[in-house]
Design a binder for this molecule. Structure first.
Ligand SMILES: CC(=O)SCCNC(=O)CCNC(=O)[C@H](O)C(C)(C)COP(=O)(O)OP(=O)(O)OC[C@H]1O[C@@H](n2cnc3c(N)ncnc32)[C@H](O)[C@@H]1OP(=O)(O)O
Ligand SMILES: O=C([O-])CC(=O)C(=O)O
Length: 371
């Protein structure tokens, strides 16, 4: 048996959802650049779940379904209020609240495609309401209802902030949702697929995936990036700060990728939005510090910025709390997790690799009195 640490380069599934070839990313065969510049997040949800772009009627129906499911029941809201909302990390709250949605779904164990698509809508809508309601509750404010005329991105910002939505922020946020929607067999998507390959349910799959996304080597990196930018504080401190980290053999968050070697094609879009939004907010230094880090790491270590790097300054300049950055990633990625779980159910076999045993052998058991 040969091992591949971290399963690097191992192909364990065929998929017709997302492809990464020569550092080019496509969703169902559409180039990510084209989708980012032209598509709404709702069109991406439809594309990932149905493998085709929606027509106007299909899109309107999806938007209405999402809007209808964006109202959380009082019992779920009451239980969120009972959680440790002041101190717990929002990813822990989200993981628990998504699991609760499954507790209240009568068709939780109906694994038919029709039931799974209904559950998918509840999950995709619920994740937005959970994050925004929780965020308002911990500030002592009441949750805000969605608006039918708003897009998914606009509704999230509206339900979070309780204000009219700024068009540039809505554009940036929609792009971020499109860019984070799916990414082949990343760690959280693989986790979701492993979970449902036992024929467990969709809520369990998303709950497991949120747990995997939370870590700083994966989705949790975006929160670590903003922490780093805040610690650096001024542009002239960026390079000395990074040099010290490298000397101490610490990883620079938002840099490097398992699959991309020349560059993450999503990063440039977020970089562009970071430039625009930091300028609008009069906080250009976050963009300038980010560019200084990116250039230095590229030159010194040959590592590219990944999707988590520039999303940090984008969300910061939109006034979003830093600990909500990873939940926002989860909100977008719910669309991809669902698509992959549907694919797994359609052609399922339990996922059960092997490990090579390297521990002691031929041990003789001694009763506890002799140990
Ligand atoms: C949405 C996402 O999940 S994107 C990734 C988000 N995660 C991060 O940004 C965290 C920082 N990055 C990393 O930890 C890694 O690059 C990962 C987890 C993304 C990929 O990990 P792997 O493919 O296992 O690469 P691995 O960690 O083995 O790194 C290979 C080499 O590059 C170095 N390296 C990789 N990333 C970084 C980094 N961010 N900073 C400094 N050095 C790095 C490693 O130290 C290692 O060097 P060595 O060969 O001299 O020991
Ligand atoms: O693919 C990966 O390993 C991580 C990543 O970029 C993502 O999940 O978007």
């Amino acid at each position: 048996m040969s091992t591949s640490k971290g399963l690097e380069g191992v192909i364990v599934a065929e998929t017709d959802i997302t492809s990464i070839v020569n550092d080019q990313l496509t969703y169902v065969g559409y180039e990510i650049d084209e989708l980012t510049n032209q598509a709404s997040f709702e069109e991406i949800i439809y594309l990932l779940w149905h493998k085709q772009l929606p027509n106007q009627e299909q899109l309107d129906q999806l938007k209405k379904q999402l809007y209808d499911e964006m109202k959380l029941s009082d019992s779920i809201l009451d239980q969120i209020k009972q959680m440790n909302v002041k101190d717990a990390h929002p990813m822990s709250i989200l993981r628990t609240a998504i699991s609760l949605l499954g507790v209240y779904d009568a068709e939780v164990d109906d694994l038919s495609e029709e039931a799974n698509l209904r559950k998918a809508i509840r999950l995709q809508a619920g994740v937005a309401t959970i994050i925004t309601s929780f965020s308002r509750l911990r500030q002592g404010k009441q949750p805000i209802k969605p608006k039918l005329e708003y897009s998914y991105a606009e509704n999230f910002l509206h339900m979070l902030k309780g204000e009219d939505v700024d068009p540039l922020e809505a554009e940036a946020f929609n792009k971020a949702l499109v860019l984070h929607a799916d990414h082949e067999l990343n760690a959280s998507t693989f986790t979701a697929r492993v979970c449902v390959a036992t024929l467990s349910d969709l809520y369990s799959g998303i709950t497991s995936a949120i747990g995997a996304l939370k870590g700083p080597l994966h989705g949790g990196a975006n929160e670590q990036v903003i922490k780093m930018l805040m610690e650096i504080g001024e542009v002239n401190r960026a390079v000395p700060y990074i040099k010290e980290k490298i000397v101490n053999k610490e990883k620079i968050m938002g840099m490097g990728h398992r699959v991309y070697k020349t560059g993450d094609p999503r990063a440039k879009h977020l970089k562009e939005m970071s430039k625009k939004l930091t300028a609008k907010a009069g906080e250009e230094k976050w963009y300038q510090i980010s560019v200084a880090i990116e250039d230095y790491i590229k030159e010194e270590k040959g590592l590219p910025a990944n999707v988590d790097f520039y999303s940090a300054s984008v969300y910061h300049c939109m006034g979003i709390d830093h600990d909500l950055f990873t939940p926002i990633f989860a909100m977008s990625r719910t669309s991809g997790w669902v698509a992959h779980m549907l694919e797994q159910y359609r052609n399922n076999r339990i996922i059960r690799p092997r490990a090579e045993y390297i521990g002691p052998t031929s041990q003789v058991f001694k009763p506890i009195s002799e140990r």
